[in-house]
Write a protein that binds this ligand. Structure first.
Ligand SMILES: Cc1ncc(COP(=O)(O)O)c(C=O)c1O
Length: 422
C-alpha cells in the first residue's frame, strides 16, 4: 500500500514538497505553526502522516461535503470504471448528457445547458466567456475581496493579491470591483451599459462568509436586467445543499443567468465542475459548440460521480440532516460564544456554512492554530484573518458534533488565554 510505505513518511514528504512541489506554500504553513501532511482519511476525519487525527471542518471548501472516500461514491466510481474512462471530449456521451440534464433540471428556473470542466476556476472562465459572447460586451464586475479561482479569466475577476505578480491586473480595465452590499456602487458600475456580467459568490468564502444583506443580491439582479448585464452566481462553496437549499442563491429569490459549481460535485474523488446556463447566457453552445472544450472537462467517470453526488445531496434524509446540523451547531456555538464573548465575538451562518469571528488582530489565525492543536482542521479566511471558515459536512452525525463542540470550546479557551494572557 502507499501510506504504510517508508517512501511516504512525513519527513520525506515534507522534504520533497519543500524542494520539488511548492517551497513557499509549504513554508508559509509551517510559519503559522501548521505542518499537516494528510495521510489516511475516512469520513469527516483525516490523519496527519505523523498519526495525529483531525476532524475536518474545512473539507477543502466543500470538496468533501459527503466525507472523505464516501463509500457510495467509491462504489459508483468502481462500477463506472468497469465500462467508462475519461471519454472523448469531441463527442457527446451518455454520461455527459445524463449529468447535464440532472443539473439543469435541479437548478434555478430558466436553465438550459450545463458545460463541464475540470475545476472551479475553469468553470468560472467558461461563465465569463459565455456572458461576453452572449452580450458582445467585455467588462466583468465582481466584489471586492472575492475569490473565483486561479485560472485566467477567474483570476482576472479576483483580488489583486493573486494577479498583480503575473501581470494580469493593472492595465486591464475590463475587470471592475465594487464593495459588497453597496447597490449604488453596483449601479455606477453597470449604468454605462457596457458590462457583460456580474459575478458574485453568494456568500464570499475567502472573505470569511459575510452574508449578503437582505435584498442586496435581488437588487443586483434587477440592476443587471435594467442595464443588460448577466448575473453569474458562483456557487462553488455555497451550492450542493450546504446552505440547506441545493443552491445558496435560492435563499435570495434570484434566478441567475449562470450558476458555477465545482468542488463537491466531484464527491472528493473524481474532478468535475460545471457551468449551468440559461439559453441566452449559453448561446454559444447553440451557435459555436467548439467555443470551449478541454480533454478532461466532462470526463465520463467524473460525470457518473457527479450524478451520484446530485442524488445524495438531494435525498430527503440528507436535507433533513443539514437542517438538523444547522440548528444543533448554532446552539453549540451560541453556548461557546456566551462563555468567551470578548474573543469569539460573532459568527455568520447560512445552513452549515459558518464564518466565526475572533475579533482581535489575526484572531482567526490564532483560533485556527488552537483548533489544530485540539485536532480540528478549519482554515482562516485569507481576506479577513479575524475569521475562521467553519464548514461541517452534510452527513455529519450528532455524536460528531458533540465531539467537535467539546474540542472547539477547549480551542477557543486556549486561543483566548494565549491572547489575553489570563
Ligand atoms: C467561490 C470559489 N469559486 C471558485 C473557486 C475555484 O475552484 P477551483 O479551486 O476548483 O479552481 C473556488 C476555490 O476555492 C472558490 O472558493
Amino acid at each position: 500500500m502507499f501510506l504504510d510505505n517508508e517512501e511516504y513518511s512525513k519527513e520525506k514528504s515534507l522534504e520533497r514538497c519543500l524542494t520539488y512541489w511548492n517551497p513557499s506554500r509549504t513554508k508559509a504553513w509551517r510559519q503559522m505553526g501548521i505542518d499537516i501532511m494528510i495521510g489516511k482519511r475516512d469520513g469527516y476525519y483525516f490523519w496527519d502522516l505523523d498519526g495525529k487525527k483531525y476532524m475536518n471542518l474545512h473539507l477543502n471548501g466543500g470538496t468533501f461535503n459527503l466525507g472523505h472516500r464516501n463509500p457510495e461514491i467509491i462504489r459508483t466510481l468502481k462500477e463506472a470504471m468497469e465500462e467508462f474512462d475519461i471519454g472523448n471530449h469531441h463527442f457527446g456521451s451518455a454520461a455527459r448528457g445524463y449529468l447535464a440534464e440532472k443539473l439543469v433540471k435541479t437548478a434555478t428556473p430558466g436553465m438550459q445547458y450545463a458545460v463541464f470542466s475540470s475545476c472551479g476556476g475553469e468553470a468560472v472562465d467558461v461563465a465569463i466567456k459565455s456572458v461576453r459572447y452572449a452580450t458582445k460586451r467585455r467588462k466583468i464586475v465582481s466584489l471586492v475581496k472575492c475569490y473565483h479561482g486561479h485560472t485566467g479569466l477567474a483570476l482576472g475577476a479576483g483580488d489583486d493579491v493573486f494577479k498583480e505578480k503575473f501581470f494580469s491586473g493593472p492595465g486591464d480595465d475590463s475587470y471592475i470591483q465594487v464593495p459588497m452590499n453597496d447597490p449604488s456602487a453596483m449601479e455606477d458600475a453597470l449604468k454605462h451599459e457596457d458590462v457583460a456580467g456580474v459575478i458574485i459568490e453568494t456568500i464570499p468564502a475567502t472573505y470569511g462568509f459575510p452574508l449578503p444583506e437582505p435584498g442586496y443580491l435581488k437588487k443586483v439582479q434587477d440592476l443587471c436586467k435594467t442595464y443588460g448585464s448577466l448575473y453569474i452566481a458562483d456557487e462553488v462553496q455555497t451550492g450542493l445543499m450546504r446552505t440547506g437549499k441545493l443552491w445558496g442563491i435560492s435563499h435570495e429569490g434570484v434566478a441567475p443567468d449562470v450558476i458555477v459549481t465545482a468542488k463537491g460535485l466531484s464527491g472528493g474523488i473524481y474532478p468535475i465542475a460545471a457551468t449551468i446556463m440559461t439559453k441566452q447566457a449559453g448561446s454559444w453552445v447553440e451557435e459555436f459548440g467548439r467555443g470551449h472544450t478541454g480533454t478532461f472537462g466532462g470526463s465520463e467517470l467524473g460525470c457518473v460521480v457527479g450524478g451520484k453526488v446530485m442524488d445524495i445531496v438531494t435525498r430527503p434524509s440528507t436535507v433533513d440532516n443539514v437542517h438538523f446540523l444547522a440548528d444543533y451547531l448554532k446552539q453549540g456555538l451560541d453556548r461557546v460564544q456566551a462563555l468567551y464573548p470578548d474573543f469569539f465575538t460573532s459568527y455568520t451562518q447560512r445552513g452549515i456554512i459558518f464564518g466565526l469571528r475572533f475579533g482581535v488582530p489575526e484572531g482567526g489565525i490564532k483560533a485556527m492554530k488552537a483548533m489544530c492543536d485540539h485536532g480540528i482542521w478549519a482554515i482562516y479566511a485569507r481576506f479577513d484573518p479575524e475569521v475562521v471558515q467553519f464548514k461541517p459536512g452534510l452527513l455529519c452525525t450528532r455524536e460528531y458534533c458533540d465531539k467537535l463542540l467539546e474540542k472547539f470550546e477547549m480551542s477557543v479557551a486556549q486561543a483566548r488565554r494565549e491572547y489575553f494572557g489570563v
